[in-house]
Design a protein around this ligand. Structure first.
Ligand SMILES: C[S@@+](CC[C@H](N)C(=O)[O-])C[C@H]1O[C@@H](n2cnc3c(N)ncnc32)[C@H](O)[C@@H]1O
Length: 204
């Protein structure tokens, strides 16, 4: 299932617009259900089974963490872990990244964003579906506080090279090779990866 920035038809049909608008209204309703007046969030895009963000939320009780994923069963698994741990500073939402950013209230901003082992889309004709693209970075920057870090990690070297290039040439983000990875917790996909690459960028 793909319905992000890149999957958008150049001239959307009325059907596409109607579906998108219904979907975004649902995402907003879910988001409002967890925000409760909060204005600063730590976001994980593509949170999968929720291992990383559950562990991160335990270690950062001062942060309110939101994980989003387009696969509802993964969201449910993340929520089950959260509930077992009794965490009050963590939510998982069934949402696509572009939809979340489109409905995020202007006063709500991200103070950190994690993108861990995103779908690599190795075939050339699918590259347009990759998450890290200039339009996504622009929208993410508008929704992030100045100084907010973007943490990106992948085991697919060609995607890493492309993402580094896209981030390095983006006006809103500064690549920071000097910064340490802030928190280690092996995700499901990380456990399967013999090698992986990480980058950190700061919202200017
Ligand atoms: C390869 S998995 C990695 C999951 C997890 N981060 C990990 O490392 O185990 C990528 C995840 O991103 C989700 N995903 C893909 N595109 C997305 C999008 N545009 N918005 C939100 N989630 C997305 C997929 O459903 C999948 O769970």
């Amino acid at each position: 299932m793909v319905f992000g920035f890149s999957a958008m038809p150049e001239r959307p049909s009325n059907d596409h617009e109607a579906l998108q608008s219904t979907r975004r209204a649902e995402v907003l309703a879910r988001l409002e259900g967890v925000l409760a007046g909060r204005k600063r969030l730590t976001l994980e895009v593509g949170s999968g089974h929720g291992h990383f963000l559950n562990a991160y939320a335990v270690a950062h009780p001062d942060r309110f963490c939101v994980g989003i994923d387009i696969m509802s069963d993964r969201v449910r698994r993340g929520l089950r872990k959260r509930d077992r741990a009794g965490l009050a500073n963590l939510a998982f939402l069934h949402a696509e990244a572009g939809d979340l950013l489109a409905v995020l209230p202007a006063e709500v901003k991200f103070e950190a964003v994690f993108v861990l082992f995103p779908d690599p889309w190795p075939k050339r004709r699918h590259w347009k579906n990759r998450l890290i693209q200039p339009a996504f970075l622009s929208t993410l920057a508008r929704s992030s506080v100045a100084g907010a870090p973007l943490y990106f990690r992948t085991d697919y070297e060609p995607y890493f090279a492309e993402a580094r290039e896209v981030v390095a040439s983006h006006a809103d983000w500064e690549l920071r090779n000097d910064m340490p990875w802030p928190f280690e917790y092996t995700t499901v996909f990380q456990a399967r990866a013999p090698v992986y690459h990480s980058l950190i960028a700061i919202r200017r």
